[in-house]
Design a protein around this ligand. Structure first.
Ligand SMILES: [Zn+2]
Length: 220
């Protein structure tokens, strides 16, 4: 039994060494491929296209132009507040016109470089910023994502999906889902006339109809 035990350890050791060697070779190959790709397609800033340290990043000139939204924030709208009261506070806008949702958060103001990046992504089919966007969104929405059951991207009408070729909301939602492990659920868009019918303006009723059309989903 002892001999078998020693032999088993030797075999296990050989297998571990062989596995380690395969991992080392695979890592070396990946590094070589990445180096070749960088030589062929050097990493550039996703905004100004100047050389950057890695793919999918902003250069040192463009990074400061992103106007990130940071606390203290309006508890509902996520708008920046002038000072921190030490407890959840509402902005004047949220008090004057309360939103239909409980909490909303945004990563940055839609201005300058951020506006250019979003417009290129949304209308120019440029997806190289998605990896960066998902990190910004996950950070800005951390308190919403903690304990969240599901991420639901805003659906697009078929006509708009046809013209835009993709739903940018779904792409971002999938990216954030992969990063945060919060599952994603895709819903179909409501027909435009459902919103326009007299007496059917209630968003809840319309949402139920939409959800009913999703296979395997029963309205609450
Ligand atoms: Zn740049």
């Amino acid at each position: 039994m002892a001999a078998m035990g020693i032999g088993g350890v030797e075999i296990a050791s050989d297998l571990a060494e062989a596995r380690q060697a395969r991992i080392s070779v695979a890592a070396a190959l990946r590094g070589a491929v990445a180096l070749a790709a960088d030589l062929l397609f050097p990493p550039v800033c996703i905004s100004c296209r100047k050389r950057a340290g890695a793919h999918g990043l902003l250069c040192g000139d463009c990074w400061p132009k992103i106007d990130f939204i940071t606390p203290p924030l309006c508890a509902k709208l996520g708008l920046p507040l002038p000072y921190d009261t030490g407890e959840p506070s509402l902005s004047a806008a949220a008090m004057a016109e309360p939103p239909v949702y409980d909490r909303g958060r945004a990563a940055a103001r839609y201005s300058s470089t951020m506006r250019e990046l979003i417009q290129r992504f949304k209308y120019g089919d440029r997806h190289e910023g998605v990896a960066l966007f998902r990190r910004w969104m996950a950070a800005a929405g951390a308190e919403l994502l903690t304990g969240a059951d599901v991420i639901v991207p805003v659906p697009l009408y078929r006509s708009r999906l046809w013209s835009r070729r993709f739903n940018q909301s779904a792409i971002l939602a999938q990216a954030v889902s992969r990063l945060t492990r919060v599952p994603i659920r895709l819903l179909s868009a409501c027909p435009r006339q459902a919103h326009a019918e007299p007496g059917r303006a209630d968003r809840g009723a319309t949402g139920k109809e939409c959800r009913r059309r999703v296979p395997g989903h029963s309205p609450a």
